[in-house]
Design a protein around this ligand. Structure first.
Ligand code: GCU
Length: 605
C-alpha cells in the first residue's frame, strides 16, 4: 500500500508541471534480491485492433482478454484463447521471433501462469526490466498497473492479490508510435515491441530497502555519500552500511519519511575505479529483515576547462556508439552474454568508453561495463523533433530520467547522462531540455550532463559550436558526418573548429556506411574502402581540435532501421557499423583500432 501511494505521489508531482526532482519508486538491483524469474515462453495473442481491450463501440471492455476467459459450456462464446495460442520468448522483442511480426506495430497480449507461496509477513512485486512501449498489467483479471516508456524498469506490488496456485498474469503491450511520445514517431532504429527484458517476481520483507545510492562525493575528497530510502518503515529504523574491504561499517537511523543520508570517510587504501583498474567493492546495506548487497566502484568525474577529469586526472574518451541489438542474432540484446560480446568488441577496438544510443539499455551491459572498466554515456530518447511545448511529453521525459537514474545511480561506469540527440534549435526546445538537465542535476550531482548537438558552419572552412543549449551542459556532444552526409571524406582536411564555450567537447557521432565484403575504389559509396577513408580523414581532423575530450564513432555494428531501404546494400540495416550484422569486421574497424592503439600508448587510461 505504502509503495503505491509513494509512486502515486511522485507521479502526481510530475504530472502537474515543474517540480523538484522526485525519486521514482522502482526496486533497484533486483538481481541481488530474492527473485523468481518469469522468463521463458509466454502465450501471446496478436491484437491489431485492440479487440481484447475495446468493444466495437470503442469503449473499454469489462470482459477483455485480461480475463483469460474459457468457455464454461458447449454453447459458451469466447472468441480468443491463450491456451491455444503460440508462444513468444521473454525477454525478447516479438519482431525477430516470427517473420509475420517483423514489421508489426500494435498490441500483443502476453500471458504467464504461475504459482507462488508467499510467506507470512513478506511482500511481493512483479518487476519488468522494460516493455516497449506501453504496458497494461493484469493479475487474475484485475488491472494492477500501467507504464509508458520502452526502455526503463517498472514494478507493481501484488502482495494482496497473489494466490498460492494458478496466478494468471496478462500484459497488454503496445508499441505504436505517437507524436507526443518519447521517442516520437521517426527514429533511425527498429521499433522492437514486446517484453524485451527480464520479468521477475521480487519477494521482500514488509520493510525493505527500496532505493539506495552509495557514491563518492564529487566535492569532498574520499568521502562516500550514502542515501537510503526504506519502504514500509516506521521512523527511526536502523540502517547499516557495510564495506568490509574498506573496514567501513556505519549505523544510522531513518527520518520520518524512512530516509537516511550520511557520509563516511574512505581511507587512503581505497582504490579508485578506472578503465585501467575497474575495482569494485562489495557494499552491503542492512535494515531490519532486509539486506541488499552490490558491487560498486568509487570514482569521481568532473570537468576543468576543456578537460574531462576522471579521479582528478584528464582522460580522453576513446569511444564507440552501440545500439541495444544482439551481436550474434536478430533482435534486441538482453543478456549478460550479449553484453560481454558487445563490450569485448569495443575493448578489442581499444575503446575505454561507449555511448549506449539512444535510450537506456538493459542493466546487464552496465554491470559488464563496471567489471570491464568501460566508461558509459547513458541517454534518454529525446531524439530529433519532440513536441517541445507539450507538458505531458516533458513529464514523460522526466519520468524516464528518474527511472534510469534510480536504476543506474550506483554504476561507476556511467559518467554522462545525455538529455537529447540532434534536436532543432528553438526557445521551447531550450526550455524543455534545460529543464531536463536541471531535473538530472537534482537527482544526481555526481555525474556530468551532456547532449548530442548539431553543427553550424561559421564559414565554409570553420565549424562553430554555439548552440545555446551548450550553456546548460557540462560536456558538449557533437554529431557530424563530414565525408558522408557532408562532402567527401577529404573535406575534413580543410576544416577548423571553434567553440563559444570553454567546455570539453565529445564527438558523439561520425562515420559512414559500407556493406561488408563490398570492395572498390575509396571514392565509391558503400565500399569498405570509402568508409575507411572517412575514418582516416576524421581521425586526422579530430586531433587538430584543441577542446576535444573524446569521440564516439557511429557505430560498432550494423543495426536494423526502418529508414534504410536500399536493396542489396541496406535491406533495412543501417550499414555504418564497423562490424557487419553477422559479426565480420570491416576495414574501417582496423583504421580506428590503430588510431586508438596510438592514443592508448600516449595516455594512462
Ligand atoms: C544520426 C542519428 C543516428 C542515425 C545516424 C545515421 O546522427 O543520431 O540515430 O542512425 O545519424 O544517419 O546513420
Amino acid at each position: 500500500m505504502f509503495k503505491t501511494l509513494f509512486s502515486l505521489l511522485a507521479v502526481t508531482l510530475l504530472c502537474f508541471g515543474e517540480s523538484s526532482a522526485q525519486e521514482i519508486s522502482v526496486i533497484q538491483n533486483t538481481s541481488n534480491r530474492q527473485i523468481t524469474s518469469l522468463n521463458g515462453s509466454w502465450k501471446y495473442i496478436v491484437d491489431p485492433y485492440d479487440n481484447g481491450y475495446y468493444s466495437y463501440r470503442y469503449t473499454p471492455r469489462s470482459d477483455g482478454f485480461f480475463k483469460d476467459a474459457k468457455p464454461k459450456g458447449p454453447s459458451d462464446l469466447v472468441e480468443y484463447s491463450f491456451d491455444k495460442s503460440q508462444t513468444l520468448h521473454v525477454p525478447g522483442d516479438w519482431n525477430s521471433q516470427n517473420d509475420k511480426l517483423f514489421f508489426y506495430e500494435g498490441t500483443i497480449w502476453y500471458r504467464k501462469l504461475f504459482d507462488y507461496q508467499l510467506p507470512e509477513g513478506k511482500r511481493l512485486f512483479v518487476h519488468f526490466g522494460a516493455a516497449n512501449y506501453k504496458a497494461r498489467v493484469y493479475l487474475n483479471g484485475e488491472l494492477i498497473g500501467t507504464h509508458e516508456g520502452g526502455f526503463t524498469p517498472f514494478d507493481f506490488e501484488i502482495t494482496d492479490k497473489v494466490k498460492a496456485k494458478g496466478n494468471d498474469l496478462v500484459v497488454m503491450v503496445n508499441n505504436n508510435r505517437h507524436l507526443d511520445a518519447i521517442p516520437t514517431v521517426i527514429t533511425d532504429w527498429w521499433n522492437y515491441g514486446g517484453l524485451t527484458r527480464d520479468v521477475d517476481l521480487v519477494e521482500v520483507p514488509s520493510t525493505f530497502i527500496n532505493n539506495y545510492k552509495v557514491q563518492l562525493d564529487p566535492e569532498a575528497n574520499r568521502t562516500v555519500k550514502t542515501h537510503v530510502q526504506l519502504d514500509g518503515s516506521q521512523p527511526g529504523e536502523e540502517i547499516t552500511l557495510d564495506i568490509p574491504e574498506l573496514k567501513i561499517q556505519k549505523m544510522i537511523k531513518t527520518d520520518a519519511s524512512g530516509t537516511a543520508d550520511f557520509e563516511v570517510k574512505a581511507g587512503k587504501n581505497m582504490t579508485y575505479w578506472s578503465p585501467k583498474n575497474p575495482k569494485l567493492y562489495t557494499v552491503r546495506i542492512r535494515s531490519g529483515q532486509d539486506t541488499v548487497s552490490d558491487q560498486i566502484g568509487f570514482r569521481t568525474i568532473a570537468t576543468q576547462g576543456t578537460d574531462i577529469l576522471l579521479n582528478g586526472q584528464p582522460v580522453f574518451l576513446r569511444g564507440i556508439c552501440i545500439h541495444e541489438e544482439a551481436p550474434l542474432r536478430e533482435g534486441r540484446a538482453y543478456s549478460d552474454e550479449d553484453a560481454r560480446v558487445l563490450l569485448t568488441w569495443a575493448k578489442e577496438l581499444g575503446a575505454n568508453f561507449v555511448r549506449l544510443a539512444h535510450y537506456p539499455h538493459n542493466e546487464h551491459i552496465l554491470k559488464m561495463a563496471d567489471k570491464m572498466g568501460i566508461m558509459v554515456w547513458s541517454e534518454i530518447p529525446v531524439y530529433w523533433t519532440i513536441q517541445w511545448d507539450n507538458q505531458q511529453t516533458l513529464n514523460l521525459a522526466k519520468q524516464q530520467l528518474s527511472e534510469v537514474i534510480t536504476r543506474d545511480q550506483n554504476h561507476a561506469s556511467i559518467i554522462l547522462w545525455s538529455m537529447a540527440n540532434e534536436t532543432p534549435r528553438s526557445d521551447q526546445r531550450l526550455k524543455f531540455i534545460s529543464s531536463l538537465a536541471q531535473h538530472t542535476r537534482d537527482l544526481d550531482n555526481t555525474r556530468l550532463v551532456t547532449a548530442a548537438l548539431e553543427l553550424k558552419y561559421a564559414d565554409k572552412n570553420t565549424l562553430l559550436i554555439n548552440d545555446p543549449l551548450g550553456k546548460y551542459l557540462d560536456v558538449l556532444g557533437v554529431n557530424e558526418y563530414i565525408g558522408w552526409y557532408d562532402g567527401p571524406p577529404a573535406k575534413a582536411d580543410r576544416l577548423s573548429w571553434k567553440s563559444i564555450y570553454n567546455k570539453p567537447m565529445v564527438i558523439s557521432e561520425f562515420g559512414g556506411g559500407a556493406k561488408y565484403g563490398n570492395h572498390g575504389p575509396d571514392n565509391e559509396r558503400w565500399t569498405e574502402e570509402y568508409q575507411a577513408e572517412i575514418y582516416r580523414h576524421q581521425t586526422k581532423m579530430l586531433q587538430r581540435i584543441p577542446f576535444l575530450a573524446g569521440m564516439n564513432p557511429w557505430i560498432l555494428q550494423d543495426f536494423r532501421s526502418p529508414r534504410r531501404q536500399l536493396p542489396d546494400i541496406q535491406d533495412f540495416y543501417n550499414r555504418k557499423g564497423l562490424i557487419s550484422d553477422r559479426g565480420f569486421k570491416k576495414e574501417a574497424y582496423y583504421v580506428l583500432q590503430d588510431f586508438y592503439q596510438k592514443l592508448k600508448e600516449q595516455s594512462n587510461n
